[in-house]
Design a protein around this ligand. Structure first.
Ligand SMILES: NC(=O)c1ccc[n+]([C@@H]2O[C@H](COP(=O)([O-])OP(=O)(O)OC[C@H]3O[C@@H](n4cnc5c(N)ncnc54)[C@H](OP(=O)(O)O)[C@@H]3O)[C@@H](O)[C@H]2O)c1
Length: 385
């Protein structure tokens, strides 16, 4: 048989079957791909977006509007961007988790602070914000003991008073606080004011006020000794923070506790602190005892409260957490203590309304002891003085 004849011979039956099978396989794959792209995928996307998404959205809205409290236990139910969730804790540079809501105990007098702390611990608070200067630490410590809540479940903050900034005075001041509270460590110890007084006086120590680094180094030593787990500052404006952090710090300030409320919301400080990894703690969050009534009567606050079925105080406290700060409401009234603990995510549009309203008026501080300290300057440098 010649070469030409070989070339025109039909293929044998096995190779014909193999080619046919291969052809069918390709055809089937192609048909499936076509079906997937033109029918299945569009149908899936249609069903997901037309029914799944909107059903989830409707459920989310309905359950939120009718049962905001129940909704809040359903973490991340809604990814529609309408409602966010609130953090229960923030992580500090040490890795410790600080609870977002604390009971503040300034101006909680002896005889009432203990029952307020006990009420708070019963309601679920784990974080108490105190200070040596509040002169009620022993009663706070006793209430903690009475509650039976294990120490390791609690977050205790105290503050170094102005008269103890000299490095040689820091440890004994801290020991006094530890002794009062009946504990051998604090979760957070902060410099109460960026103002140092000379020992046993209210006379300004100019050197330690201008340069708080020696005080800070002593606080770092307290961390290394295990008496304190985290250290921070309070009432420091941005230049004062920079003045401290320009030093070769071993531990950066974990928090800056400052006045934050509807009247003085400090959006620039908030943004700057977030950029620099310093958590803000909102003190006088309701406007303190002098402004609380006005705060809770703000029409927008009342309207949001009505819409969400929560109280005006809860709107304000939730707003603080949603801004990304720890919040320290103070109350010695057990029902308010309980009320203040429950925060709810505000829908974005309502959050924005409140944020816009709070930042639209000139800031007005509730707490400024510059005159009471006989200073020739304003501690915050933010007003003509
Ligand atoms: N680092 C600092 O220099 C500094 C300065 C100020 C404050 N702080 C901290 O921040 C904490 C809170 O600040 P603050 O005490 O000035 O003010 P706040 O918490 O803004 O307001 C406390 C006032 O609001 C009332 N209140 C609380 N909850 C309420 C509610 N649900 N409904 C109606 N009224 C309510 C309280 O009354 P009752 O107690 O009578 O219920 C009290 O009169 C302090 O306790 C302290 O821990 C720190």
């Amino acid at each position: 048989m010649g070469v030409a004849e070989k070339e025109i011979l039909p293929l044998n039956s096995v190779s014909v079957r193999a080619t046919a099978t291969e052809h069918h396989r390709r055809k089937a794959a192609f048909s499936f791909l076509k079906f997937f792209c033109t029918r299945l995928l569009p149908a899936y996307l249609f069903v997901y977006y037309a029914f799944g998404y909107s059903a989830k959205y409707i459920l989310c809205r309905v359950s939120y509007l009718h049962h905001p409290r129940r909704y809040c236990t359903c973490d991340n139910i809604c990814d529609t961007g309408v409602i966010t969730t609130l953090p229960t804790h923030y992580t500090l540079p040490s890795g410790d988790q600080i609870p977002a809501v604390a009971l503040g105990v300034w101006q909680a007098s002896k005889g009432e602070v203990g029952q307020a702390v006990e009420a708070a611990l019963k309601s679920g608070y784990k974080h108490i914000d105190g200070a040596w200067r509040y002169a009620n630490e022993a009663e706070v410590g006793q209430a903690i003991k009475n509650s039976g809540v294990p120490r390791e479940e609690l977050w205790l903050t105290s503050k170094l008073w102005n008269s103890f900034h000299a490095p040689e005075d820091v440890e004994s001041a801290l020991d006094d606080t530890l002794n009062n509270l009946g504990t051998d460590y604090l979760d957070l110890y902060i410099i109460h004011w960026p103002i140092a007084f000379k020992k046993d006086s209210t006379e300004l120590d100019e050197a330690l006020t201008a340069d708080p680094y020696p005080t800070w180094k002593k606080l770092e030593e307290m961390v290394d000794k295990g008496k304190v787990r985290n250290i921070g500052i309070s009432n420091f404006n941005i230049p004062r923070v920079k003045n401290l952090t320009a030093n070769p710090l071993k531990y950066q300030p974990a928090v800056n506790q400052v006045e934050l409320n509807y009247w003085n919301p400090q959006p620039e400080l908030l943004e700057w602190s977030k950029e620099h990894g310093i958590l803000l703690e909102a003190y006088s969050p309701l406007g303190s005892n002098t402004q609380v009534k006005d705060t809770l009567a703000i029409p927008e606050v009342r309207e949001i409260a009505r819409e969400l079925g929560i109280t005006p105080a809860q709107v304000i406290i939730s707003w603080h957490v949603q801004r990304g700060t720890v919040v320290l409401p103070k109350s010695v009234t057990p029902s308010r203590v309980e009320e203040n603990y429950h925060v709810y995510p505000l829908p974005d549009n309502l959050f924005r309304i409140l944020e816009k309203k709070a930042t639209a008026h000139p800031p007005q501080r509730v707490v400024n002891p510059s005159k009471a300290y006989n200073l020739s300057f304003d501690i915050f440098d933010d007003y003509p003085y």
